[in-house]
Unconditional design. Structure first.
Length: 262
């Protein structure tokens, strides 16, 4: 899985203007009923179905039943369209809002955000192909940031620490989502199931076992690898949150006048 696409790969000022102000439908030319919101929705559905490599202004226009040039009246280029798609899907997950998170313990907030983010990656696997190290701060993405910060506001953390916590959670979620998506894509591309793949290696494992060079590997119980991706995610997330809880409870944090480490 490559990251040939990037956030802000087009004209940044044009992308931000479209995100925050939208674009007025010209009086002449565009098909009645065509909207910027509808264009972004069609583009996301296309990428969900066929992958980011299939995304083009021509294909999105075909999805909407209009000519390609009509689309350019609303969105300058594919790069700006991708920025709009990213802002749409990077908003808070359903049920996550700053007002609700203000009254919840930090651990519940972070758990819900992590699960919501993981579900977003599985729903839109093309996200993993986009380099978002320089995210554009559109209204939805900024709202997602606001919700995350709200979940942390009861903690005695500096701004830099809050950003570090967010980056830590995001790195964990992205890593496991990438593993899950890649495994799914490989099975689809090759037509070989996981069971068939591992069974094909069984004869060589017999040889490895007899060699005696891998005692710890072959001492593992038969059900060792029965754990699902969801179980691995839940286990890892809890351990990350455990580690953060230890950090939040350090003596210098307890001495801080800010209280309420939920």
């Amino acid at each position: 899985m490559t990251t040939a696409h990037s956030s802000g790969g087009g004209d940044i000022s044009r992308s931000l203007r479209l995100m925050w102000e939208g674009r007025e439908t010209p009086n002449r030319g565009p098909r009645p009923g065509l909207t910027l919101d509808g264009i972004v929705t069609a583009a996301i559905e296309l990428a969900d179905r066929e992958g980011l490599a299939a995304l083009s202004m021509r294909k999105v226009a075909a999805e909407l039943g209009v000519g390609t040039m009509t689309l350019y009246r609303y969105v300058p280029a594919k790069e700006e369209l991708l920025d709009l798609m990213l802002d749409r899907v990077n908003g808070p997950a359903p049920g996550q809002d700053a007002e609700r998170f203000a009254d919840l313990p930090w651990r519940q907030c972070l758990r819900e955000i992590a699960h919501g983010s993981y579900a977003t990656y599985l729903r839109h696997p093309w996200l993993l192909q986009v380099n978002q190290s320089r995210p554009l701060l559109g209204p939805n993405a900024l709202l997602g940031f606001e919700v995350f910060l709200t979940g942390l506001r009861s903690l005695p953390l500096t701004g830099r620490e809050k950003v570090a916590v967010i980056s830590t959670i995001d790195a964990f979620v992205t890593g496991l989502a990438r593993t899950h998506v890649l495994a799914q894509q490989l099975a689809e591309q090759t037509g070989v199931s996981d069971e068939e793949f591992w069974n094909a290696q069984a004869p060589l494992m017999e040889t490895a076992l007899r060699s005696g060079a891998y005692p710890e590997v072959f001492a593992l119980p038969d059900n060792t690898f029965d754990i699902t991706g969801e179980e691995t995610f839940a286990f890892g997330l809890d351990r990350v949150l455990d580690g953060l809880e230890v950090y939040f409870a350090r003596p210098e944090a307890a001495a801080d006048p800010v209280t309420g480490c939920g």
